[in-house]
Design a protein around this ligand. Structure first.
Ligand SMILES: [Mn+2]
Length: 456
């Protein structure tokens, strides 16, 4: 198990204690999750906020920060002889707790003795076992449980700003992810199956002691945004999208997307769309700096998209009018990006709007904008994804056409030629700095020439 320094965890908790001020804060770690029976479990993933404040990557733990009585406790079982027989000798929980600066460990069965129900802060629970745990602890029905808004806001504010030691981990995640993407580009070829490439992605990742930060999206049907089906044969003339990333041993995530021609060479038609998305990505990144609303960057990317589609004859009319109407959503029905950190969609479990929006900045209901996870002003220390795309979704195009939607802007007859095109997405992970931005990790092939070169 890899930790930051003891001081890191103590400082993080001290900042939180100051922000919350009084009462008690309960953090639930994750438990093993059964796959098809109790003892056959999914890969264990610790809760990210628990990792952030308490660092111990083990199931069955919870922790209490008692601000009023000024003490901190980790609740968990010490290892038994049965544990040693089945999973081997382990460092004692008490000694792991000391590594994160917590001196007291207590058996989980005694937790209620330390809890004061009236002053207890806790976060929203996304796992059913932990919902039931809180419900029984507080003697409230699961749907009546009220997480602490004050705690949510304090945790979001703190975890949003990445420290230099976190940036090192995040750059490591991107660099391993980079290897995965290069392996995928080299493995992609006419006549191969998608799952053969996925196999290379996973092999490369595991060789670096990393795990997936989300299930691999690799598909020749890139117009389906989150396509986890890998059973297609890849044909010359098709594009493949690879949206995959790893998390490091400490849990920090990478989230990268590249798109490539199956044959290793872009056609002119593919190049037109690819270079449009590339321009959206590069130009968006170049504008990044503190105090800029990310919603405005999303709109800039849409403006470039519409301008280029207009010169290709796919849309027509005034670009500003199209932006207001949301015509870009037909081609990019997702947001430009999101925060990333210990979670690939960082802190989404605490509530997406607390992370990406603020009072006075409401979420739009327009296709595209409604899926924008991050809209508010950027700050130095944020790490975000920039991931524009352009897709031709036959079902969506067909529906809009039949409803005469955007009929003054969209050249539906020309669009017929693109119904088997698929999609293109390009994504990097970017740190916001005092003076601007920094793309994390080593460069990953991105231009038409770079992608074709690595596939040669
Ligand atoms: Mn992403």
């Amino acid at each position: 198990m890899k930790f930051f320094s003891t001081e890191t965890y103590k400082n993080r908790r001290n900042v939180l204690k100051k922000a919350v001020g009084k009462g008690q804060i309960l953090f639930l770690g994750n438990n093993e999750a059964p796959m098809n029976y109790t003892d056959n479990t999914f890969r264990f993933r610790q809760d990210s906020t628990f990792l952030y404040y308490f660092g111990i990557n083990m199931p069955g733990l919870s922790a209490l920060i008692d601000i009023d009585n000024d003490h901190e406790i980790i609740f968990g079982h010490e290892f038994s002889m049965d544990d040693i027989i089945w999973i081997g000798p382990h460092e004692r929980l008490a000694s792991l707790a000391l590594k994160v600066g917590v001196e007291k460990t207590v058996s989980p069965s005694d937790i209620s003795k330390y809890i004061s129900k009236d002053t207890l802060h806790f976060l929203p629970q996304y796992r059913f076992d932990n919902q039931i745990f809180i419900s029984e602890l507080l003697n409230q029905k699961t749907h009546e449980i009220k997480p602490s808004l004050e705690l949510i806001k304090a945790v979001v504010a703190q975890r949003s700003i990445k420290t230099p030691e976190e940036i090192i981990e995040m750059a490591l995640a991107v660099n391993i992810t980079r290897e995965m993407h290069i392996a995928a580009m080299k493995a992609t070829a006419t006549g191969k199956m998608e799952y053969e490439v996925v196999g290379k992605i996973l092999e490369t990742m595991h060789a670096h002691n990393a795990e997936l930060s989300y299930p691999v999206i690799f598909s020749v049907n890139g117009q389906t945004l989150h396509n986890h089906y890998h059973g297609n044969i890849m044909l010359a003339g098709q594009l493949a999208i690879n949206d995959s990333g790893c998390e490091t041993e400490m849990g920090y995530a990478g989230d990268i997307t590249r798109s490539m021609p199956v044959s290793g060479k872009f056609t002119q038609k593919q190049k037109d769309i690819y270079e449009t998305v590339l321009e959206m990505e590069v130009s968006s990144i170049e504008t990044l700096k503190p105090n800029l609303k990310y919603r405005d960057v999303h709109l800039l990317a849409n403006k470039i998209l519409l301008t280029n589609l207009k010169s290709l004859g796919l849309v027509t009319g005034n670009v500003e009018d199209m932006l207001i109407e949301g015509v870009g959503g037909l081609f990019m029905p997702h947001g430009l990006g999101h925060m990333i950190g210990l979670d690939v969609h960082d802190m989404e479990g605490l509530g997406e709007n607390y992370v990406g929006y603020r009072d006075g900045l409401e979420r739009s209901s327009q296709l595209g904008l409604k899926s924008l996870r991050l809209a508010k002003e950027l700050e130095s220390g944020h790490v975000i994804t920039v991931e524009p795309g352009c897709y031709f979704i036959p079902e969506l195009i067909g529906k809009y056409k039949s409803e005469d939607k955007f009929k003054e802007f969209v050249n539906y007859s020309k669009l017929e030629e693109y119904l088997d095109f698929g999609g293109v997405r390009i994504e990097d992970n970017v740190l916001i700095t005092e003076s601007g931005y920094e793309i994390l990790g080593e460069a990953i092939p991105k231009t038409v020439e770079e992608v074709e070169e690595i596939m040669r």
